[in-house]
Design a protein around this ligand. Structure first.
Ligand code: ADP
Ligand code: MG
Length: 199
C-alpha cells in the first residue's frame, strides 16, 4: 500500500541504550549468553516517523506464533508502532485504532499468515477476555500484536516481546520504548531487531 511503502522507506535514527544485555555479556565466567535470558533494550524515538520506522523493522521479522505486547498510557504511540509493524509485515489491510472492535485481523499477499491486532483497552474485566478466543488465536498461523497487553497479562504466552511506551517530559515529540524479551522467540526477535536497527 502506498502509505505503508512511504513509512517503510523513511530513513530515521534515534537514541539507543542497552541495559541488561551488557550485564550478561560481561559475565563470561558463568557462560550466560543464553537465549532464555531476559534481555531489555531502551530506544528513544524523537518523532512519530521514528516510532513507525522501528515498528516497520520489527514487522519484517515476524513469524507465526510471535507475540508483541504493547503497554503504556493513551497517546504514547502504541497504535503508531502497530501501524509500522503491519507495514513492515506487508499487510494489505490498514491498521486503525479499534474503537469497539477488539481484534482486527490483517492479511498479506505473500502467504496465509495472519497478523492479529488486539486492543484490550475496553476490556473491563479479565473474564471478558475469554470472549476474544485468545487460545485459538495464539494457536493459529498468526503473529499477534496486543495494545494494553497488561490488562490481559495472565492470559498471554510466556514467550513474547514486551514493549513499554512512555512520554518523555522535556520533548513532546519523543517517546521512550523499552523492549523486554521473554523466551526463545521473544529473545530472537529483539536480537534481530537490534541488529537490523544498528545496521
Ligand atoms: N515519537 C512519537 N511516537 C509516536 N507518536 C508520537 C510521537 N510524537 C508524537 N506522537 C503523537 O502521539 C500520538 C500517539 O497516538 P497513538 O499511536 O494512537 O497512541 P496509543 O495507541 O498509545 O494511544 C499521535 O497523535 C502521534 O502523532
Ligand atoms: Mg492505541
Amino acid at each position: 500500500m502506498e502509505q505503508h511503502g512511504r513509512v517503510g522507506a523513511r530513513k530515521v535514527t534515534g537514541n539507543c541504550a542497552h541495559e541488561r544485555t551488557e550485564r550478561y555479556e560481561s559475565m563470561p565466567e558463568t557462560g550466560i549468553i543464553s537465549a532464555m535470558s531476559e534481555i531489555s533494550w531502551t530506544y528513544t524515538s524523537r518523532s512519530l516517523a521514528q516510532t513507525e520506522h522501528i515498528g516497520v523493522q520489527l514487522g519484517t521479522l515476524l513469524q507465526s506464533g510471535d507475540v508483541l505486547c504493547l503497554v503504556g498510557d493513551l497517546g504514547t504511540g502504541k497504535t503508531a508502532f502497530a501501524r509500522g509493524v503491519a507495514a513492515g509485515w506487508r499487510s494489505t489491510t490498514a491498521v486503525t485504532s479499534p474503537t469497539f472492535v477488539l481484534i482486527h485481523e490483517h492479511q498479506r499477499d505473500a502467504d496465509a499468515m495472519r497478523l492479529q491486532h488486539i486492543d484490550a483497552y475496553r476490556l473491563e474485566r479479565l473474564e471478558d477476555a475469554a470472549l476474544l478466543g485468545l487460545e485459538d488465536i495464539f494457536a493459529s498461523e498468526s503473529a499477534v500484536i496486543i495494545e494494553w497487553a497488561d490488562r490481559i497479562a495472565p492470559l498471554l504466552p510466556e514467550d513474547r516481546l514486551w514493549i513499554e511506551f512512555a512520554l518523555v517530559p522535556e520533548d513532546e515529540q519523543a517517546r521512550q520504548l523499552t523492549f523486554s524479551a521473554h523466551g526463545l522467540r521473544g529473545t530472537a526477535l529483539l536480537s534481530a531487531l537490534r541488529k537490523a536497527f544498528s545496521a
